[in-house]
Design a protein around this ligand. Structure first.
Ligand SMILES: C[S@@+](CC[C@H](N)C(=O)[O-])C[C@H]1O[C@@H](n2cnc3c(N)ncnc32)[C@H](O)[C@@H]1O
Length: 227
């Protein structure tokens, strides 16, 4: 995959990227911010918190750091809820400063203003090293692939790979199984994808699978629980 990337504006006013080689966007055209909030914050973090109403540290694994939107929204969530988060993310194709410095996420809501500088900090952080980013948010960003990475135990997994039609190898059952094995009991696997094969594979691996209402423009999404 080369880095032929263009910044695009999605329907909720938030930026995303278009990969010209894959002919694929990093988020939904119907709203990058809305999609991230819905799939990963609402059905990932908020659901975890409802099941675990304590202040114990939350371990998250993300497939595909990309624009950093999910990581940055999680930092905001961690600070607002005062829940310590250990965030592990991987990305084989980091963005250039020219691209990430233009992303408009920090300007989209008055409540984000205070957190705006953190998006750049997340991108500038050294690869392959854990670091304290803010009071409640620690992150390790590895420049590697899902195929290669060694996983830590996690409570919530943000599966945000490109669509199965564009990058089928990342949705292979054996990689999903690798994630399942690494997850803690009670863990949540959440993704925007609603494909039948994914749901069948997740069930066979051992997840309790739910089809949930999708973000704007999508009927459904998928969530798996490791019970
Ligand atoms: C749909 S985008 C989402 C990125 C990010 N979560 C965001 O909100 O911008 C998928 C990401 O997966 C990355 N990726 C590509 N191949 C990968 C691999 N083998 N392992 C992990 N991530 C990969 C891409 O470079 C891209 O950043």
């Amino acid at each position: 995959m080369s880095e032929k990337l263009k910044i695009i504006l999605t329907e909720d006013g938030s930026h995303s990227l278009y990969n010209e080689d894959l002919k694929e966007t990093y988020h939904s055209f119907h709203g990058a911010l809305k999609e991230s909030v819905h799939v990963f914050m609402l059905y990932g973090l908020d659901s975890w918190l409802m099941e675990n109403p304590t202040k114990k540290p939350l371990r998250i694994f993300e497939v595909g750091f990309g624009t950093g939107l999910n990581a940055w929204l999680t930092l905001v969530w961690a600070e607002q809820n005062q829940i310590p988060v250990l965030y592990h993310t991987i990305e084989p194709f980091p963005l250039s400063e020219e691209i990430y410095s233009q992303l408009n996420y920090g300007d989209l809501d008055d409540g984000f203003f205070h957190y705006k500088p953190y998006l750049t900090r997340l991108h500038k952080m050294e690869w392959d090293k854990g670091a304290v980013v803010s009071e409640y948010f620690n992150m390790k960003k590895e420049k590697t692939t899902l195929e290669e990475v060694t996983l830590y135990p996690s409570d919530v997994v943000f599966f945000d790979a490109f669509a199965p039609s564009k990058q089928p190898e990342l949705w292979e059952k054996q990689l999903l199984e690798k994630i399942y094995e690494s997850m803690n009991q009670g863990g949540i696997f959440t993704t925007y994808c609603a494909q039948g094969k994914l749901k069948r594979d997740l069930k066979e691996i051992g997840f309790e699978v739910e089809s949930l209402p999708g973000p704007p423009g999508k009927k459904e999404m998928t969530r798996g629980w490791k019970k």
